[in-house]
Design a protein. Structure first.
Length: 211
């Protein structure tokens, strides 16, 4: 099966379903939308969608090699663990700002696109997710990772990621007008997920040393 549109649909569906569960990226989109505005959330979503293309492409080209490298390299696991734990502590301890201060903050030239690139790029679950997803896809048809089929698949990945994250932008905009403390709730959810990822990476690193 080498129809680019089929590959586009498969990439879209897999990425859409993989993005819907709560994770650091979709919660960052929700938090940014709540703290600032819809446009800022869309910037983060767009950046994360670009990174998702790169992560899927890396999994296609070097999946097993990268997986083996990450399993063997304890320093990377500790680095990721401390990074995510540090982000969790920063977000959890950060107090919501008064509305006047928030308006002033919104006028500053902040790079939400850059924030999306950083958090999405640091996500240690992305490449393993795509390795697993591609292995599952290959059970149903022979995956041709070249030419128009690869372009269609990666375009589907981008669209699926962006559509899913845009859904969080819309939901956050809805909450922003109805829930005064929604930003605090999302902060705690995001901090909790980042902490869980960091502790998981730390636990894996410790286990690697003990084995």
């Amino acid at each position: 099966m080498e129809d680019p549109f089929t590959y586009l649909f498969v990439g879209f569906l897999v990425c859409l379903l993989g993005t819907i569960p709560f994770g650091p990226i979709n919660l960052l989109v929700a938090k940014t939308t709540l703290d600032y505005d819809r446009r800022s959330g869309i910037e983060v979503a767009f950046a994360a969608s670009i990174i998702e293309i790169l992560q899927a492409l890396i999994a296609i080209c070097f999946g097993m090699l990268i997986s083996s490298f990450l399993e063997a390299n304890v320093l990377i696991k500790f680095f990721l663990a401390f990074t995510f734990i540090g982000l969790a502590i920063f977000i959890f301890t950060r107090k919501p700002e008064p509305e006047a201060s928030l308006e002033k903050k919104q006028s500053r030239p902040l790079s939400f696109f850059r924030n999306g690139l950083i958090i999405a790029g640091l996500n240690p679950q992305a490449v393993p997710f795509w390795i697993f997803a591609l292995a599952t896809i290959s059970q149903y048809f022979e995956f041709h990772s070249m030419g128009l089929t690869l372009a269609g698949f990666l375009l589907g990945v981008f669209i699926g990621k962006f559509v899913a994250l845009y859904g969080f932008v819309v939901a956050s905009t809805y909450l922003k007008t109805r829930l005064q403390e929604s930003s605090t709730v999302v902060n705690r959810l995001l901090a909790g997920i980042l902490l869980f990822i960091g502790l998981s990476q730390g636990w894996n690193a410790v286990n690697s040393l003990l084995v």
